[in-house]
Design a protein around this ligand. Structure first.
Ligand SMILES: [Mg+2]
Length: 277
């Protein structure tokens, strides 16, 4: 199992009071880069959607389904990186959030099922040199036996850990969540999908993307959350909390109220009572 050295307590700032962990694909980016790659140069959207459905129905774990998607892409890896850097764009407000976070000593840590060179490449292009101040915890691309990354069919995904998710995001967050109260920063997390749920449970305030699966999961599993549409609403909430104008508990109780009122972009399930604390 992967361990963490609590890097966010010293990089890029020492002893931060807040840490922002975030999913990458579909949360910072507008499109999911792995879905995009599978749909356009892999085995296609239909098989990908079936793979996701099999995961939701419990017929397959995410680890195996995602490997099949990545295995269907045979283009040399450096070309995949270039292709995604060209075609994936960021949430239009992410940079504004990020510059504010840097100015306020709040580390931003990306926790992703994607692969380092892809995430680095996209951030380098769209965030600029300050992207070096974002720590990235994710999967890797490695050469297949006897092959190299830059040949056709030459790469495969190497998972972060042994979990059924390939990358169990809670492993990265939990050591921070378990710090003694006087050393423990407030933990924020933003995500959109099923793989974010394990991480969601470890945070103080979860931002779940409007209209996406994570909202339904949180409502069903009683995980408190607040709904975001883009990073401008995340920034507004985080600013209020950092300024002491709003409590994390207040923000975290808002999601279920929005969900029940049909304002979270997903169909509410009437039977849920929302007694999440
Ligand atoms: Mg995502």
């Amino acid at each position: 199992m992967a361990t963490t050295d609590l890097k966010a307590l010293r990089f890029p700032f020492k002893d931060p009071k807040f840490i922002f962990f975030t999913d990458f694909d579909g949360t910072i980016t507008l499109k999911d880069s792995n879905d995009y790659m599978t749909d356009t140069i892999g085995y296609g959207a239909e098989k990908r959607k079936q793979g996701n459905k099999d995961v939701l129905d419990g017929k397959k774990n995410f680890r195996d389904a995602f490997r099949e998607m990545m295995d269907s892409i045979t283009r040399p890896f450096p070309q995949c990186v270039d292709y995604l850097v060209e075609n994936i764009t960021l949430d239009p407000h992410f940079n504004e959030y990020f510059q504010w976070a840097l100015a306020n000593n709040i580390p931003t840590v990306v926790v992703s099922s994607g692969m380092t060179p892809v995430i680095r490449g996209i951030l380098q292009k769209l965030v600029g040199p300050d992207c070096d101040k974002i720590d990235i915890v994710c999967n890797e691309a490695v050469p297949r036996d006897g092959k190299s990354l830059d040949e056709e069919g030459g790469w495969q995904i190497q998972y972060h850990d042994d979990s059924g998710f390939g990358h169990d995001k809670s492993l990265t967050l939990r050591p921070y969540a378990q710090l003694p109260a006087d050393k423990r920063p407030t933990l924020f997390y933003a995500g959109d999908g099923v793989s974010d749920l394990s991480a969601a449970r470890e945070t103080d305030l979860l931002f779940a993307k409007k209209g996406h699966d994570l909202i339904t999961y949180c409502a069903r599993e009683n995980v408190p959350f607040t709904v975001f549409e883009d990073w401008s609403s995340i920034l507004a909430t985080v600013k209020q909390i950092v300024a002491g104008e709003r409590s994390v508990q207040d923000a975290a109780s808002q999601g279920f109220a929005d969900y029940k009122a049909g304002k979270a972009g997903v169909e509410p399930i009437a039977a849920l009572n929302g007694n999440a604390k």
